[in-house]
Design a protein around this ligand. Structure first.
Ligand SMILES: *Cc1c(COP(=O)(O)O)cnc(C)c1O
Length: 400
């Protein structure tokens, strides 16, 4: 039966879900398999320092993406820091203003100056057109981000960077197992950085990895990730403790086994959302697989047209929260507001596209535990809320 306004939790009704639904994936393996892996770690009494499980993950992940090398490290941020440092860049590196703050912070730790660049309204990512005005004589590199698992123009950017003698590398933290033109993300640019954080599709608790086809770069990264002299060491100016533990690698390996099943489950949830929301005016799920790309469907991204929709994004977010449906606003606010000192002196200094995306996108819950029935109930809530929008606004005006 259709809800009345008083039935919504915001106005005194019972929340639709007794337990919270989250955006995060948190894909956990079967307990028995987890126990076996951890029993083996205890038996071997080898917990850190590039043990057998990390070595196995280095190899498995390189094969998985089809890259020559994979270098596993503590987390995705450290992967980005080490990659930026190992590429021996200087001065300015162009990054999108619409990304996770870690993309920018990693460059700062590597001693570089990130320069924020607005993004393309359809791709949500850097393109040669958005980058061109941000280039200065100090620019040495471009750090593209494969957002939502969609590829960041790798071929166009490659040609663009090569023409100008710039180094191109990628933040692939959203794009584990995704591909562009039958080629897996992880093989583009000079190197690509991945995250195995618990909320990503391949879960090591924490964890990260750099993939590359460049032998010299891989040697540098392997030396830099550890302060030990046990691995083949080459001359590098900086080293750190960026090692991945056996516990992380063990979990990530199990998660990699589950990857095809997890993508399938994500894809079903995406299709259910697509069907459940197609009739709502002003709301649109962004397409995940365009131009021959394949996606891991880790994120379900709703574009809320604040002009056309019955309820603006932020009100929808709040109303859903009361029902225990926790959506996210990735990435709010845009990074030009977080790091005003990194605004580009060229380009659109109002960051119009980033502003619009930061104000209009909503990521819907897509966790491992969610069934088709959960998704349908979330969609029904959104439909009912939009239909009762006038009455909801009226009631809220009296309160706030
Ligand atoms: C998760 C993420 C990171 C950081 O990865 P951690 O493993 O959490 O350090 C960086 N960039 C993007 C785009 C991410 O989604």
């Amino acid at each position: 039966m259709k809800r009345r306004v008083k039935d919504f939790a915001r106005f005194g009704g019972v929340p639709e879900f007794p337990d919270p639904l989250h955006v995060a994936q948190v894909n956990l393996p079967d307990w028995e398999k987890f126990e076996d892996v951890f029993r083996d770690i205890f038996t071997r009494q080898y917990y850190a320092n590039h043990g057998p499980l990390v070595q196995e993950l280095d190899q498995r992940f390189a094969d998985f993406v089809g890259a020559k090398h994979a270098v596993c490290v503590t987390n995705g941020t450290v992967a980005l820091m080490l990659l930026a440092k190992a590429l021996d860049l200087s001065g300015e590196v162009i990054v999108p203003a619409f990304t996770f703050p870690a993309t920018v912070q990693a460059l700062q730790w590597a001693g570089l100056t990130p320069v924020l660049c607005d993004v393309d309204p359809d791709a949500h990512m850097l393109t040669p057109e958005t980058i061109a005005p941000c280039i200065t004589p100090q620019t040495s590199g471009i750090l593209g981000v494969h957002l939502w698992g969609r590829s960041c123009n790798p071929e166009h950017l490659q040609a663009f960077a090569a023409e100008r003698g710039l180094v191109l590398f990628f933040d692939a933290c959203h794009a584990t197992g995704c591909s562009h033109n039958h080629r897996r993300i992880g093989t583009f640019g000079s190197g690509e950085a991945f995250s195995f954080h618990a909320t990503k599709i391949v879960n090591g608790g924490e964890g990260g990895c750099i993939t590359t086809n460049d032998d010299t770069l891989a040697d540098h990264l392997r030396t830099m990730r550890s302060f030990h002299s046990t691995e083949k060491a080459v001359h590098v100016p900086f080293r750190m403790n960026g090692k991945m533990s056996e516990a992380q690698a063990g979990l990530a390996l199990l998660s990699l086994d589950q990857f095809p099943d997890n993508v399938l489950a994500n894809r079903y949830r995406y299709k259910d959302y697509l069907q459940g929301l197609e009739s709502v005016s002003g709301l649109r799920l962004i397409e995940m697989e365009t131009d021959g790309d394949t996606n891991n469907f880790q994120y379900v991204v709703l574009e809320v047209d604040n002009e056309k929709t019955a309820l603006p994004r932020d009100l929808l977010l709040k109303l859903l929260e009361s029902e225990n449906v926790y959506c996210r606003r990735h990435f709010y606010p845009g990074l030009h507001r977080v790091f005003p000192q990194l605004i580009s002196s060229g380009g659109d200094q109002n960051y119009e596209v980033t502003e619009a995306l930061a104000g209009g996108l909503l990521q819907l819950p897509n966790s491992q535990s969610m069934t088709s029935d959960h998704v349908e109930r979330v969609c029904e809530l959104i439909r009912d809320m939009c239909e009762s929008a006038d009455m909801i606004r009226e009631k809220l005006n009296g309160i706030v």
